[in-house]
Design a protein around this ligand. Sequence first.
Ligand code: FES
Length: 126
Amino acid sequence: MYNETVMDHFTNPRNVGVLEDADVVAETSSPGCGDITKIYLKIRDNRIVDVKFQTLGCAAAIASSSMATELVKGKTLEEAWTLTRTDVADALGGLPEPKLHCSVLAEDAIRTAINQYRIDRGLAPW
Ligand code: FES
């Protein structure tokens, strides 16, 4: 069902865990299945210098979170904001059609974290 890249990120997820000195933490859940992703971002000079995640969910959700954290690490907040579920699914080499919605969790969690970071600093959310 899953390709090699998805299986690799599922069985050996990158950036998994808790970031103790995160500047912002955000959690999102999928309304459809209830799976949860929590994202921790460390931000310096408007750039994501470190990121970790915890996902309570299916293999596709874990692989998507892992890939999404790889894609946003080192990016500016503006660049990270533009990351879409399609970018994540493409970077994974594709997800099976019934599992495409699972890549939404990572995108949502990252955007929620970025907006929370902005709100915490008195800036308008994007
Ligand atoms: Fe819930 Fe995949 S089935 S995120």
